[in-house]
Design a protein around this ligand. Structure first.
Ligand code: FRU
Length: 494
């Protein structure tokens, strides 16, 4: 780094040069990737001055995790992103070891507030300290507050420490600012703390909104807290989850929605239900933004910590965001649909209604790796069919497979035959029961990104598939007896 440059200027100069050398064809068509280097969690997702802004955990100089910066991109339609210069670099005493995850909120004076975790280098006890910081700017350049950290160790209640205290999600409500942040409690483990401020600078602790009580993972990361109708949703990314008897959450690092009621006067959150957000092999740390039309949009890191260490790195960038999704509640469950803007990418349509399949077969016109594919399995009209399988990314002996056991009401997403040489999880099993005799699968493919929405968003699985882009085949098979299907495919323009 030339000695006259700040860390931020150096990152901006580096990413500009390096990103210009990466051809668009080396990236997915409509999933955001970093300009160069490493990306993890979405940060600061918001609608500000007429555009969506998305920041992200970012290390421009390598394709592995390093001292965290905040990368930055904007979009008018949540599908086509324009890179803006790196927004934050770890360049003050309060964040010298990294600018960890956080969020954004437009201020009444028209500026944009960023709230993030400043990580301070390890002290004599060998542990880094994590505290909450703010920066304010015009949507391009941000100035860190000289009083950072604005939520220091001294504001933590008894039993909580700064070794794991991070990921503030800030919002404005009734003229005040609130923020939820994740913190580890000595006994209760993962917990979400609520703070309040009149001006986003002077904060005070309000309450512990919820905690694992050592049952729902060890540490909770990346909280989000918002209303969806009468329901209050607390999103968390719990670490070291042990799957429970009903198998709602998978073991390891998961994503969960805690649904309940919130009393804005007492600030009590009454959790009534726990469910998975995304059951895929590659999804973590989701965050939401409120769209101007009232939609609550969720986006996640389409990757996960368990597999990143062993991932192939064919490009000078690594990590990507999921497709943004609209959240809604149906029968008390948090469901997701791809943002409706995806329809603007629709091209050639192929419709096959009421077809019957038994032996493995390809269907005319159904193939590709940039697709919005809808398959309706008519279970009532397929009484002998026990199992149905859909293969995609098929070619050269490789494929990914979705298997639905109609009798058991179970779906398995299996990428073990995609050419991976890594000893990592390759399958995921979820409950998937036909509704009114029908099971619907919506599969969005964007090169190596696959996102499956089961039963109109009741379950979602985000998975990366290694099979090369030349593997374009899609085929269908039924076991036990024939299956009746409706298939609608739209090719997607990148
Ligand atoms: C989640 C996370 C956050 C942290 C960030 C660091 O993936 O571990 O808790 O702020 O990543 O990059």
């Amino acid at each position: 780094m030339p000695c006259h440059m700040t860390k931020l200027e150096a990152a901006r100069a580096f990413e500009r040069r390096a990103a210009a050398r990466i051809p668009a064809a080396d990236r997915p068509g409509f999933h955001l990737t970093p300009p160069v280097g490493w990306m993890n969690d979405p940060n600061g997702f918001c609608f500000y001055h007429g555009a969506y802004h998305l920041f992200f955990q970012y290390y421009p100089y390598d394709t592995v995790w390093g001292p965290m910066h905040w990368g930055h991109a904007t979009s008018a339609d949540l599908l086509h992103w324009t890179y803006l210069p790196c927004a934050l670099a770890p360049d003050t005493d309060a964040d010298a070891a990294g600018c960890f995850s956080g969020s954004a909120a437009p201020l009444p004076d028209g500026r944009l507030l960023l709230m993030y975790t400043g990580v301070q280098p390890a002290g004599a006890d060998g542990r880094q300290a994590q505290m909450q910081c703010i920066a304010v700017g015009d949507g391009l350049d941000f100035e860190k507050d000289p009083q950072n950290p604005v939520i220091p160790a001294g504001l933590l209640p008894e039993g909580f420490g700064t070794a794991d205290f991070r990921d503030p999600k800030v919002w404005r409500e009734n003229g005040a600012y609130y923020c939820v942040a994740a913190c580890r409690h000595a006994q209760d483990q993962g917990s979400i703390l609520l703070f309040e401020s009149p001006d986003a600078r002077r904060w005070q602790f309000v309450t512990v909104l919820d905690s694992s009580r050592d049952r729902l993972g060890k540490m909770w990361e990346c909280p989000d807290f918002f209303a969806l109708g009468d329901t209050r949703v607390l999103l968390i990314s719990p670490q070291e989850v042990c799957a429970d008897e009903n198998g709602e959450l998978h073991p390891g690092d998961a994503t969960a929605a805690l649904l309940g009621r919130y009393d804005p006067v007492t600030h009590a959150f009454d959790r009534r239900k726990v469910q998975a957000v995304d059951d895929g092999l590659d999804f973590y740390a989701p965050q939401t933004a409120l769209a101007p039309d009232g939609r609550r949009i969720l986006i996640g890191w389409m990757q996960c910590w368990a597999t990143t260490g062993q991932a192939p790195r064919p490009h000078p960038w690594y990590g990507r965001m999921s497709l943004p999704r609209e959240l809604f509640l149906r029968d008390g469950r948090l469901c997701q649909r791809p943002v409706r803007e995806i329809e603007t990418l629709w091209q050639a349509e192929t419709r096959l209604a009421g077809i019957t399949v038994e032996a493995r077969t390809a269907l005319p016109g159904i193939r590709g790796r940039s697709l919005d594919l809808n398959v309706t399995v008519d279970a009532d009209a397929s009484p002998a069919c026990r199992r149905f399988a859909l293969r995609f990314a098929e070619g050269g002996g490789l494929f990914a497979e979705i298997r639905c056991d109609l009798a058991l009401g179970e779906l398995v997403f299996d990428r073990s035959r995609c050419g991976s040489r890594r000893d990592i999880p390759h399958t995921r099993r979820v409950r998937a029961v036909p509704h009114s005799g029908k099971l619907t699968l919506r599969l969005i493919l964007d090169k190596d990104c696959a996102e499956l929405f089961v039963n109109d968003g009741e379950r979602v699985l985000s998975v990366l598939v290694d099979a090369p882009e030349t593997a374009q085949g899609i085929s269908f098979a039924a076991f036990g007896g024939p299956v009746r299907l409706d298939v609608v495919q739209h090719e997607l323009r990148a």
